[in-house]
Design a protein. Structure first.
Length: 552
C-alpha cells in the first residue's frame, strides 16, 4: 500500500512539476496549481496566498473551488496556526467549522469546509506564501500526505519565485524601454498640463492598471492639489481631502507604498468610495526633485495585485523623471509669466510716455538712443525701429542746434542736470525749443542713461514778445502824456500872447506873421491833445529807412 501511495505521489509530483515548467508567469503558475491540485490530491479546493512585505500579511494570489465571500474573510486562520506557518511548519486540522477559536467560524461553516491542510511556501528558507488544501468532508491528513504536500509546496515556492524572477526580468526590459519612451515624451514639452496628462495616461497603461492621479504640493500652503487624473470618475475625485491617509503620509516622506487590498487596509480612507469606483489595489510613489518631495503619483488597480519590485521601481523612476520635467515646466511658466509681466510693463510705460506732450528720449552713456516717445518720433518723421540704437548726435544733423553744446553732452561731462534753449527755423516761421537733460544713475552712482525732454516753447516766446510790446507801448503812451502835459502850459501862454498881438495889429506883414504863429500854436495844441488821449501808436515807413508814428 505504501508503494502504491508513493507511486501515486510520484505521478502527482511529476505532473505538478511538468505543469510548473510549462509556464513562466508566476500568476499563471499559481492559477495552474490551484486548479490542478484538487483533482490530483482528491481535495475540494486550494488557495495560494503571498506574503506582502509592506504589511507583513498574506494576500490572495490564486484560489479555486471557494466562494468570493469566503475568500474575502478578515482572518485566514487562528493566531496559533498562523504563528506555526510563519515558523515554516505545516498545520493540519479537522472539524474546522467547530473551532471555537476561529473568529470566522460562521463563514467556514457556511462554506462547508471540514478539513484544512495549511502549508508554508518556502524559498531559500524564507516563507513567501501559504498553500492551503481544503476538503468539505472530514479528512485526516497522514504524515506521508503532509510530507508530500510540503515537498509540493516547496516546488510551488520555487516555481513562483522562478516565474516571479522571470517576469521581473521581462518587466525590467519592458520597463527600461517604457522609461525611455516616457522620458522622451515628458521632456519634449514645457507645457505643464500636457506633461501631467502624458504621465497619468501612460504610467497606468504601462503597468496594466485602471487609473492614475497626480497631486502636487502648493508651495504657499504646503497642501496637495490634484493637478491631473486619468481613468477615474469626477465623483470619486470629489470625495474629500487625502492628506489624512497614511499611505499619502508615507509617500510624502519619500517612500513608495503598495497596498494589496484597499478595502481592508488601515492606511486607506474613503474605502466605500474606492469600492464604488472599483479600486482594489493602489501604489503611491513620491515625486521628487533631487531629494525634495514635490508631490505624489497614485496608480490604481481594479483587481487585487501585489505590485512587484520591478513595477515599484519603474513607477519610482518615472516619478523622478516626472519631477525634473515638472520642475522645468514650472520654471518655464515662471519665466513666461515674467516675460509677460515685463512686456506688459513695457507697454504700460510706452503708453505713459506716449501720453507725455513734450518730446522725450533716453540715451545710454555711449550716446545711443534706447527709448523715444511717439511725439519725438513724429517730430523726427521716423519709425521707432529706424531710430533705436542710432547715434544721438546724428539725430540733429539736419537741425540748426549744435550737438556739441547740447544738454545731454553737458550731463555726461558734469554729471549734473542741464538745459538749453535754441531756435529752429521752419516753413511757418521760427520755433523755439527748450531742451532739458537729467542723469539716471546705476547702483554705483555712475551715469547709466540720460533722459532728455524737449518742449516747444514757441507759444511762450510769442506771449513774451507780445507782453514786451505791451510794456513798450505803455511806456510810450505814458511818456507822450507827460510830454503833452509839460508842453501845454507854455503853449497856452504863448498862444494867449500871440492872440493879443493879433488883435492889436490890424494889417501888414507883421499881422500876417502873428496869424501864422497863432495857427501853428493851435496845431501844436491839437497835437498835445492827441498825445494826452493816446492809447496806442503804429509805425509805418516814410522815406528811405525813416519811419513815422501814427497815434491811435
Amino acid at each position: 500500500m505504501k508503494q502504491i501511495n508513493e507511486l501515486k505521489y510520484l505521478k502527482v509530483f511529476q505532473k505538478v512539476t511538468k505543469l510548473i515548467s510549462m509556464v513562466l508567469d508566476h500568476q499563471q503558475v499559481m492559477d495552474t496549481i490551484v486548479k490542478e491540485l484538487p483533482g490530483l490530491l482528491d481535495i475540494d479546493a486550494a488557495t495560494i496566498r503571498l506574503l506582502d512585505p509592506s504589511t507583513n500579511t498574506f494576500v490572495m494570489g490564486a484560489a479555486h473551488g471557494l466562494s468570493l465571500e469566503y475568500l474575502s474573510r478578515s482572518h485566514i486562520d487562528t493566531e496559533e496556526t498562523m504563528a506555526m506557518i510563519n515558523l515554516g511548519h505545516p498545520v493540519a486540522k479537522t472539524d474546522v467549522d467547530q473551532d471555537l477559536h476561529f473568529s470566522d467560524r460562521a463563514l467556514v461553516s457556511q462554506e462547508g469546509i471540514k478539513s484544512v491542510l495549511t502549508l508554508p511556501i518556502l524559498f531559500q528558507g524564507s516563507v513567501i506564501g501559504i498553500l492551503r488544501l481544503l476538503t468539505r468532508s472530514n479528512r485526516i491528513f497522514t504524515s506521508e500526505e503532509i510530507s508530500f504536500s510540503m515537498a509540493l509546496a516547496e516546488q510551488v515556492g520555487i516555481a513562483i519565485s522562478n516565474g516571479h524572477m522571470f517576469k521581473e526580468m521581462e518587466n525590467q526590459i519592458d520597463f527600461m524601454k517604457e522609461v525611455q519612451d516616457i522620458s522622451t515624451l515628458v521632456n519634449s514639452t514645457l507645457d505643464l498640463d500636457a506633461l501631467l496628462n502624458t504621465i497619468v495616461e501612460r504610467l497606468p497603461s504601462s503597468i496594466g492598471c485602471k487609473a492614475c492621479t497626480i497631486r502636487l504640493l502648493r508651495p504657499e500652503t504646503n497642501h496637495l492639489e490634484l493637478v491631473a487624473s486619468h481613468g477615474i470618475s469626477a465623483e470619486y475625485l470629489r470625495r474629500g481631502q487625502v492628506e489624512g491617509e497614511r499611505n499619502i503620509a508615507v509617500a510624502l516622506a519619500g517612500e513608495p507604498v503598495s497596498i494589496y487590498d484597499v478595502s481592508r487596509d488601515e492606511r486607506v480612507l474613503y474605502k466605500n468610495d474606492m469600492e464604488k469606483e472599483g479600486i482594489k489595489s493602489l501604489l503611491a510613489v513620491p515625486i521628487k526633485v533631487k531629494r525634495e518631495v514635490i508631490g505624489i503619483i497614485r496608480i490604481l488597480s481594479n483587481s487585487n495585485r501585489c505590485f512587484t519590485s520591478s513595477e515599484i521601481n519603474f513607477a519610482v523612476t518615472v516619478a523622478e523623471i516626472s519631477g525634473t520635467a515638472i520642475q522645468n515646466a514650472r520654471t518655464y511658466q515662471k519665466i513666461a509669466l515674467l516675460f509677460n509681466q515685463v512686456e506688459e510693463s513695457e507697454r504700460f510705460l510706452a503708453n505713459i510716455l506716449n501720453c507725455i506732450r513734450p518730446q522725450l528720449l533716453v540715451v545710454d552713456k555711449e550716446l545711443h538712443l534706447v527709448l523715444a516717445n511717439r511725439v519725438f518720433l513724429t517730430a523726427m518723421g521716423k519709425e521707432e525701429q529706424e531710430l533705436l540704437g542710432a547715434d544721438y548726435h546724428s539725430l540733429w544733423q539736419d537741425q540748426d542746434s549744435g550737438a556739441k553744446d547740447c544738454p545731454v553732452t553737458q550731463v555726461l561731462a558734469t554729471g549734473q542736470a542741464a538745459s538749453q534753449e535754441h531756435q529752429l527755423n521752419k516753413d511757418d516761421g521760427p520755433h523755439w525749443y527748450e531742451r532739458t537733460a537729467s542723469p539716471m544713475l546705476d547702483e554705483r552712482g555712475e551715469i547709466e542713461y540720460v533722459i532728455e525732454v524737449i518742449r516747444d516753447i514757441t507759444a511762450k516766446r510769442q506771449l513774451e514778445q507780445e507782453h514786451l510790446e505791451r510794456v513798450k507801448l505803455q511806456g510810450v503812451v505814458e511818456l507822450a502824456g507827460a510830454v503833452a502835459h509839460e508842453i501845454n502850459s507854455p503853449l497856452f501862454a504863448a498862444l494867449g500872447t500871440a492872440q493879443l498881438l493879433e488883435d492889436e495889429l490890424e494889417s501888414g506883414e507883421l499881422a500876417k506873421d502873428v496869424q501864422t504863429i497863432v495857427r501853428n500854436l493851435k496845431n501844436i495844441g491839437e497835437l498835445t491833445r492827441k498825445m494826452t488821449a493816446m492809447t496806442g501808436f503804429e509805425s509805418r515807413d516814410y522815406v528811405g529807412k525813416t519811419k513815422i508814428v501814427e497815434l491811435r
